[in-house]
Write a protein that binds this ligand. Structure first.
Ligand code: SAH
Ligand code: SF4
Ligand code: F3S
Length: 458
């Protein structure tokens, strides 16, 4: 048996693509490797092990992996010449979806490990060292994974916390149900333990993560009677943790936005007034073909209900243009929906045909130039709304959680309740604190403000 301790003093370089869940996973991977003696390397050149934590959502994201691998191969070869080695691991959603293809296209990769199996990386590393070939692990072992992960080390005043993984929705464009598997929720006790540990290390804000975070459901905590809890109850429970002052959650699905969660948003002040609620398209015909399970009207009404309960809520969304069969008229319905809702921020993408999804086999694929034209139009509208939303904050007071130092001397960068970056002149000692800031101006990507004198005791 290889003794993992022989790795003392080694280092890992990890590159993360894709969503926040991958950011969370990368942090956990670093945590898993630490007891084996791995520190973090700043570049692949200075690393003994490189982990690419990959994303399969769109073709471009997936293709990046192979260009990265090409560059790593060069480093590995030159190491091998001098009798040394660079171990290469591919993790994440491309590993899950294309494990065999990676093996075939890049046989110099040592480990391929899916998003539900990365807790076994230490064993895989030992095996890769022993067998000197490629090892592959793409089992779905979510529950085992969370049980096996060590306690986390917080890094700054904000943290992601995965509470739910996987997806049962099967939107016809999307690979996630195949790469992340079925919906699984972590228990209240597991989530609370992780949140408490983060708060004890100075974390003030957690963002609860799930591919369908509002589908989270679990039995009440040990010793408490009652029915299954939903996300609303979980958030209220987490809000009781001292030191934890801000709670966010992402990504929500319109179908799982239940009354309990809306009531929690209305009543729990620690829940930030910002909701990422993707709709993808505004035409009912397209929503149906996408298998979203709701109409445009249902979505708009839902937003009205949420706004009635929490008037200051800011909305964010995801959009896809050029889904098969989408005409200019269908696209116009997306623009109308965006006008009707008014977004503070949004992500929009050209439809990417993903192997194995029903959308890929559909007739009437939309030509690239039409996708590009519609995307530009949609992005112009969303950008206008974003700028308007930012400008509305000028003259207001917003609480800001200071996260890091800015580029200018004496400047700190924090986040408003609406997730806007806010640049403020403030002493470094305020990192990690929450203070009211008067917003005085906007820059292309941030707000600029000044501390409200004497009010920052937090
Ligand atoms: N679970 C979330 C989103 C997961 S993927 C939800 O249901 O909303 C993040 C975003 O990527 C999606 O909201 C969608 O807008 C986009 N996306 C997913 N598959 C895509 C594809 N095949 N082409 C283009 N964009 C896609
Ligand atoms: Fe993908 Fe749809 Fe599931 Fe979101 S809800 S992860 S878009 S299948
Ligand atoms: Fe990408 Fe997987 Fe996240 S496909 S968006 S990394 S769930």
């Amino acid at each position: 048996m290889t003794d993992p301790r022989q790795n003392q003093g080694k280092s890992v370089f990890i590159r993360t693509y894709g969503c926040q869940m991958n950011v969370y996973d990368s942090e956990r991977i670093v945590g898993l490797l630490k007891p084996l003696g791995y520190g973090v390397a700043e570049t692949p050149d200075s690393a003994d092990l490189v982990v690419l934590n990959t994303c399969h959502i769109r073709e471009k994201a997936a293709e990046k992996v192979y260009s990265d691998l090409g560059r790593l191969k060069v480093i590995k070869k030159s190491r091998n010449k001098s009798g040394d080695d660079l171990k290469i691991a591919v993790a994440g959603c491309v590993a899950q979806a294309e494990g065999a293809e990676i093996t075939a296209r890049a046989p110099y990769v040592n480990m391929v490990v899916g998003p539900q199996a990365y807790h076994r990386l230490p064993e895989l590393l030992a095996r890769a060292a022993r067998e000197n070939g490629e090892v592959l692990d793409t089992d779905f072992a979510v529950e085992e994974k969370f049980d096996r992960l060590a306690e986390r080390t917080a890094d700054g005043p904000t943290a992601f916390l995965t509470i739910q993984e996987g997806c049962d929705k099967f939107c016809t464009f999307c690979v996630v149900p195949y790469t992340r598997g079925a919906e699984v929720s972590r228990s209240v006790d597991a989530v609370v333990a992780e949140a408490r540990s983060l708060a004890a290390q100075g974390v003030r804000e957690v963002t609860l993560l799930g591919q369908n975070v509002n589908a989270w459901a679990s039995a009440p905590p040990a010793g408490m009677a009652g029915n299954t809890w939903g996300l609303g109850e979980l958030c209220r429970h987490l809000a009781k943790i001292d030191g934890l002052d801000r709670i966010r959650f992402t990504t929500s699905h319109p179908r799982d936005m239940d009354d309990g969660l809306i009531a929690a948003l209305a009543e729990e002040e620690k829940l930030m007034p910002y909701l990422h609620l993707p709709v993808q398209a505004g035409s009912d015909k397209i929503l149906k073909a996408m298998n979203r399970g709701h109409t445009a009207e249902h979505y708009v009404k839902l937003i009205e209900r949420i706004r009635a309960e929490r008037p200051d809520i800011a909305l964010s969304g995801d959009f896809i243009v050029g889904f098969p069969g989408e005409t200019s008229e269908d696209f116009k319905a997306t623009l109308d929906l965006v006008e009707a809702v008014g977004y503070a921020s949004a992500y929009s993408f050209k439809y990417s045909r993903r192997p194995g999804t029903p959308g890929a086999a559909m007739q009437k694929q939309v030509p690239e130039d039409q996708k590009s034209e519609h995307l530009a139009q949609l992005q112009a509208l969303l950008e206008r709304q974003r700028v308007e939303f930012n400008q509305k904050q000028v003259g207001q007071s917003l609480t800001v959680l200071f996260e890091r130092e800015g580029r200018k001397n004496g400047q700190l960068i924090g986040r408003s309740p609406y997730l806007q970056s806010v640049h403020v002149s403030a002493p470094k000692s305020m990192l990690g604190s929450i203070a009211p800031v008067s917003i005085e101006g906007v820059t292309p990507n941030a707000l600029a403000g000044v501390l409200k004198e004497g009010e920052y005791a937090a």
